[in-house]
Ligand binder design. Structure first.
Ligand SMILES: [Zn+2]
Length: 97
């Protein structure tokens, strides 16, 4: 990350402080909001039922529709203190370690 980008992304989205205050580590997070397409899911469940409950055959024979649609996406900077306090970020970091 070069200077201009760092300046644009150097404020923590939770506490409003500049990153690097207590640690040189900071985080960029992306939250993507999806909504289930219940009609598409019901169509696939119905096809599965017609095919005797075999989901794999229904997947092969179905329309391969999107079952969830992206509604929105947000990116945010988090300082290390806020990231450690955030249950979601801590949980996400545990899964990648
Ligand atoms: Zn913060």
């Amino acid at each position: 990350m070069r200077e201009i980008e760092l300046r644009e992304k150097s404020i923590c989205g939770l506490c409003g402080q500049k990153v690097g205050k207590s640690s040189p580590v900071f985080y960029r997070t992306r939250v993507t909001v999806y909504v289930l397409d219940l009609a598409a899911i019901q169509r696939q469940v119905g096809l599965t039922a017609v095919l005797g409950g075999n989901a794999r055959i229904a997947q092969a024979m179905g329309m391969d529709e999107e079952m969830a649609k992206k509604m929105d996406e947000h990116e945010m900077t988090l300082c290390s203190e806020c990231a450690v306090r955030s249950y979601v970020i801590s949980a996400a970091l545990e899964t990648v370690r």
